[in-house]
Write a protein of this length. Structure first.
Length: 517
């Protein structure tokens, strides 16, 4: 006997709420409790400074994230950094719950759709890149939360639902774009899919005009930044360039592949799905047309390819970050493959369920297996175990960045100068901020010294600065990647706590192993 539509809706709502509760338990327990390194630390500082633009171009402004983060600052917690981290965790919670619901709808009336939907949601929840970004102050889970709602409403529309669902997807995509311009890849997918619907008479061509209007409304936070730049005197061409590329035009437009990029992509996908269940992804791709219908199969396939190809050929150091959306789509195909397999082999339910819980176990033991071999010594940060930081997606109780900042400020002498790379600079600046702790305002934290002075004159000027008794100059890492070469080539360094003090000129810089060729 079939259940009534009302009872089915009630059950779906209960399952959705259960997914929220379980995801919240996972992510709120594993979110970082405070200040962080690198881009996450920069995000925490931007929230403190009410900075909606940043310094890397409008494409990396992410205004929606910072608007939401400002709302989170009203939470009754002391640490601003923790409240900013909670934005990512909360968005991840809703992404996972939305994922369950969209898979439940996508699989229709097929057998085992609840189990398959739950498996897809769990596979996304414990995928390394997604889980890691749920634990840090990062913008990407806000994008995935909105993206999953876009997919939900498109599924509703494709299954014969109200035309308003299609229009809503455009507005949601505009909103997602105001968080991250990667949403343009999904917009291209929607346009291609909608064009096919026009040919079939499902959509009227004139609908695109109000749809674009809704997209522009959703994207208003981003457009406002462009308007402010125009008011400040920038040309429309430079503003559009900044909104599309920021400072990374060459990387965004890269069309070449290298073995390094391919190896990184392979490693990233393997790290996100270190389980035999990943073998269900190609099965889902092959059998998905029959299970979810040709139209939705095409929509999901094009979206997967667009996002996957972008990530694979994107030549940046944090390439793995841009796999977060491909991972979401791969989890969808995994769910579809599961649904098909169980329709043929229902006895495999316990095995598939057990394999879904393998990834956290793999992450737990990876640092002890790999050690620091994949992290060159020159790239290692003080006060941080690189393997654990990058290979454990959870950040429960992680206070290393705070300990580093407090230890540094406790040992440096008055009127010191600390030359820091951007990884370590963020926690130092965070604890100097007057709204946090206001530590050591006498200490200058900077990334460059004598930036406006010609490089041949810099060693003499630094030597004169060191001769003044009231000044000490420190570098955080004595590595060519993180310390100016003119300092490494010409000056002696000695360790002072977690950082290094510049103690004087080398007798002969020509014998330095860091001499520029």
């Amino acid at each position: 006997m079939r259940s009534s539509p009302a009872s089915a809706t009630t059950r779906s709502c209960r399952e959705y709420l259960l997914a929220i509760v379980l995801a919240a338990a996972l992510y709120y327990l594993s979110v970082a409790p405070g200040v962080l390194w690198q881009d996450s630390g920069m995000a925490q500082l931007r929230v403190l400074n009410h900075d909606y633009v940043g310094q890397l171009g409008l494409a990396l402004a992410h205004p929606l994230f910072y608007l939401v983060a400002q709302v989170f600052q009203f939470l009754p917690f002391h640490d601003s950094a923790f409240k900013t981290n909670l934005v990512s965790a909360t968005a991840a919670v809703f992404t996972v719950a939305n994922m369950y619901l969209l898979l439940y709808l996508l699989l229709g009336q097929t057998p085992y759709r609840r189990f398959s939907a739950a498996l897809g949601a769990v596979s996304l929840a414990v995928a390394h890149t997604f889980w890691q970004h749920a634990a840090l102050a990062e913008v990407y889970t806000v994008s995935t939360a909105i993206l999953t709602v876009e997919l939900l409403v498109l599924i509703k529309f494709a299954r014969g639902g109200w035309a308003g669902w299609w229009f809503l997807a455009w507005g949601l995509n505009g909103l997602e774009c105001s968080n991250h311009v990667l949403a343009l890849l999904t917009l291209a997918t929607i346009i291609i899919w909608s064009t096919s619907l026009v040919r079939r008479g499902r959509i009227k061509l004139w609908w695109f005009a109000p749809a674009v209007g809704l997209w522009l409304i959703g994207n208003l936070p981003y457009e406002y930044l462009g308007f402010r730049a125009w008011q400040a005197g920038q040309s429309p061409v430079s503003i559009l360039h900044s909104m599309l590329f920021g400072l990374y035009q060459r990387e965004v437009l890269n069309v070449t592949l290298s073995w390094r990029l391919l190896l990184m992509a392979t490693f990233t996908i393997g790290l996100n799905f270190p389980t035999p269940n990943f073998l269900l992804v190609p099965l889902g791709l092959v059998k998905g047309r029959k299970i979810i219908g040709r139209g939705l199969w095409g929509l999901m396939l094009v979206a997967t390819l667009f996002h996957l190809l972008f990530a694979i050929r994107y030549p940046v150091r944090d390439q793995y970050t841009f796999f977060i959306v491909p991972v979401l789509f791969l989890a969808i195909w995994l769910s579809i493959g599961t649904n098909y397999l169980l329709s043929q082999r229902p006895k495999l339910v316990p095995l598939i369920a057990g394999c879904a819980l393998v990834p956290p176990l793999v992450y737990a033991i990876l640092p002890s297996l790999i050690g620091d071999r994949i992290f060159p010594e020159s790239d290692r940060s003080p006060s941080r175990n690189e393997s654990e930081y990058f290979l454990w997606p959870w950040k429960t109780g992680y206070t290393n960045a705070e300990s580093f900042a407090r230890d540094v400020f406790a040992m440096v002498s008055p009127e010191s100068i600390i030359l820091s790379d951007t990884t370590c600079q963020r926690p130092l600046e965070y604890y100097q901020h007057p709204h946090v702790a206001g530590l050591r305002p006498d200490v200058a934290v900077m990334s460059e010294l004598f930036a406006r002075i010609p490089e041949p004159r810099r060693p003499e000027m630094l030597e004169a600065l060191l001769a003044e008794a009231e000044h000490s100059v420190f570098v955080v890492r004595p590595s060519p990647h993180y310390c100016p070469m003119w300092i490494l080539n010409n000056f002696r360094l000695e360790q002072a706590g977690p950082i290094y003090r510049i103690v004087g000129r080398k007798p002969s810089s020509s014998t330095s192993p860091h001499t520029l060729r």
